[in-house]
Ligand binder design. Sequence first.
Ligand SMILES: [Mn+2]
Length: 426
Amino acid sequence: MRIDKDIIKENDRKDLKSQQEKLDFLSNNLLKDGHDVVEIINKLAQFQVAVPSWALGAGGTRFGRFSFHGEPGSLEQKIDDVGILHALTQTAGAISLHIPWDVPKDYEAIKQLAASHDIIFDAVNSNTFQDQKNAKESYRFGSLSNRTKTIREQAIQHNIDVINIGNKLGSKSLTVWLADGANFPGQNNFQNALQNTQDSLKDIYKALPEDWKLFIEYKPYEPNFYSTVIQDWGTSFMLANECGEKAYTLVDLGHHLPNSNIEQIVATLMMKGKLGGFHFNDSKYGDDDITVGSIKPYALFLIFNELVYGMNNNPQNPYPAWMIDASHNIKDPLEDLIQSLEAIQEAYAKALLIDQDQLRLAQIENDVVRCQEILQNAYRTDVRPLLQEARRNRGGAISPINAYRSLRVRETLIKERGKHSVASGL
Ligand SMILES: [Mn+2]
């Protein structure tokens, strides 16, 4: 299924007048406060977030998985689904593939299909957290950190294979998330596991093409419940430094212990020029991977404040790769992703409204109350008309969720794919 821009426009005709009124009202207020509304709308339009291939089907838990009807059963259908998201939101212009779940059979055809949806290939993701069919060695007791050399070599080679696959598609980065760790005290020697991981990552780094980046993700626990080898941003940062200038830390919002100050981690990494990528999701307790902005929208706004500051003040940090890493198990996956994309844009727009000069001044004067007021004035602004305008300018929908439903997207996908299609890889 493809959604034509004319159909979106026609569908939006009834909402156009009211959208324009809301935009005029907001724009006038923002102009009075000295904001450049056109520039903000342009920045929102440019902010593209990659959709991970694994979020297009219903996610599961360790207790079970309830499939959603009309899931994409092939890589082609996954790209079509991101095409639908991009057509409606105009902010999902990239897909992040997971290998071996998404290995293309015909590279040229896959590239053409993605290009026809105006989608590029973002970071490729390796998988050493489960055993593949016919694999010689098992990752039961770790992959890049394993004490057995042949197992480490298999995991290193897999990552190199993933780089080669990504390279043929035009990807420019590899994300390594390592499940390695220990379930019980005494199971692993911490130093040996870390040393092996560092050596393995260096071998992968050597295979990186000149214009590629290596993203090293961290996570404190799960699937191992006593220790994870790359447990926190400091360990990731240290490994990235050991590898070299093309290696960076990747922050996943769900990969922190409760109440961690993620915005401060962002600021530290950007100051050091080492924030490579960002995985958006939200959580209440752990790595819940639920819809962005559904639990802690203010924390997301504070993180975006640091991201905006870093993008403006840290030329030593490359433009980060943005990706959603969420996957919910009861919603329509595409509706869930639309909500996440909207929440990201909303937090970004609000962060763009923070008066950075006034904030610096208030900080210098130690006017703590005014510092808070400046942040919260921005946060309390209803920026949705700006998002709508940014989408509409590019041919997207005023309300992507309403358009998704009134254009009966899921019903059409079920008709095309059948009720019981299951997302490949899940
Ligand atoms: Mn992640």
